[in-house]
Write a protein that binds this ligand. Structure first.
Ligand code: ADP
Ligand code: DP6
Ligand code: CO
Length: 330
């Protein structure tokens, strides 16, 4: 279905924008990954996914109406050229909200995580922009519709509207109105995520084209939906029972399975650097010594460690620069 038809069902027509609003949205890390679309225009996924939101790490986005007939986009304090891909994606997303109205905005966004490095900046970025547009246009959308809007900016953004553990239900509708994030009620005090930064630079292949290439060229991808479905139920069980070993094993295997489909694409897609592999081996070594630490990785060279608060001090000795987040406190 066309985006414009979906928007007709979702948003009221707007006529005016209010002064200046700012919103924050967290980045999120998938434990069961979203990899592959059944509808590229609407970002409808092939499989359901499950993530954890990163608390204070994410995007702050301010929008305010401007009179000069074009959108102005600022990232981390610098104005971007209107012809840049970043600006164009932001403007195309704002088009969904403004429809044919002559409304333009200054968008000033700041990421406190690296941009386009596999740390889910597209998730926090489009979630924060959705919240800001919702306010600027006084749309008053319910959470699941905010999530649907954010999804159309970047799939993973539909999970960043919520905190804690979030499932993205894939939905069955053609218009995608049932494909959005749902916050799980469970919490997990002491659950920690650690970011191992290998390279904060912009990746050569963005997630969008990476997943499309995988779907189109990797035979191995055929097994992915089955793997993802099995992993999703294991993760739900692990969260319900606070079974850390089951959670860690499932998340790590899920991530490596996704990377296997990437490597099996043509041209091959390998987001890892030698230091990424060294960090994986260090995690396996620590596990062999009895520590419950696991990793997950997205479309980038950086690792995200999953561990528990009581192992934090010892883990920091092995990964001294680890940035840690405790989404549920300790
Ligand atoms: P990541 O792993 O960081 O999510 P992606 O390749 O998925 O990398 O997406 C990166 C793209 O997300 C950027 O090129 C830009 O288009 C968009 N993006 C990143 N941060 C923001 C932001 N704060 N506001 C709007 N869009 C953003
Ligand atoms: C590997 O949501 O960034 O991080 O929908 O095309 O914008 P688009 O892609 P994006 O893909 C994220 C892929 C992933 C896995 C995940 O976050 O679930
Ligand atoms: Co992304």
């Amino acid at each position: 279905m066309k985006k414009t038809e979906v928007i007709e069902r979702l948003l009221p027509k707007v006529t005016a924008a209010s002064a200046s609003v700012e919103h924050f949205a967290p980045s999120n890390i998938a434990l069961c990954k979203y990899w592959g679309k059944r509808d590229q225009a609407l970002n409808l996924p092939v499989n359901a996914s499950l993530s954890i939101s990163l608390d204070y790490l994410g995007s702050f986005t301010r929008v305010e109406p401007v009179e000069n007939g074009v959108d102005e986009v600022w990232l981390n304090g610098h104005q971007l050229l209107p012809s840049s891909r970043f600006s164009q994606k932001v403007s195309a997303f704002i088009d969904l909200f403004r429809r044919d109205q002559d409304l333009h905005f200054k968008v000033d966004t700041r990421n406190n995580i690296p941009t386009a490095a596999g740390l889910a900046s597209s998730a926090s970025g489009f979630a924060a922009l959705t919240l800001a547009m919702n306010d600027a246009l006084a749309l008053d959308l319910p959470p699941e519709h905010l999530s649907v809007m954010a999804r159309m900016g970047s799939g993973s953004a539909c999970r960043s509207l919520f905190t804690g553990f979030v499932e993205w239900e894939m939905g069955v509708r053609e218009d995608g109105l049932d494909s959005h994030g749902v916050q799980l009620e469970q919490t997990w005090p002491g659950f920690c995520i650690g970011l191992v930064e290998i390279d904060a630079g912009e990746k050569a292949t963005d997630s969008r084209s990476g997943m499309q290439r995988t779907v189109e060229t990797a035979h191995l991808y055929q097994s992915w939906p089955l793997q993802a479905a099995a992993d999703l139920s294991k993760l739900q069980q692990a969260i319900a029972e606070r079974d850390f070993e089951l959670l860690g094993q499932t998340a790590e295997q899920n991530a490596l399975s996704m990377h296997a489909t990437m490597i099996a694409s043509w041209p091959p897609l390998l987001y890892w650097q030698p230091e990424s592999v060294a960090a994986m081996q260090k995690v396996w070594q620590l596990r062999a010594q009895g520590m419950q630490v696991y990793f997950t990785m997205d479309a980038g060279p950086n690792l995200k460690l999953l561990f528990q608060q009581h192992d934090r001090a010892e883990l920091l000795q092995h990964f001294p620069t680890l940035e840690t987040v405790e989404p549920f406190g300790n």
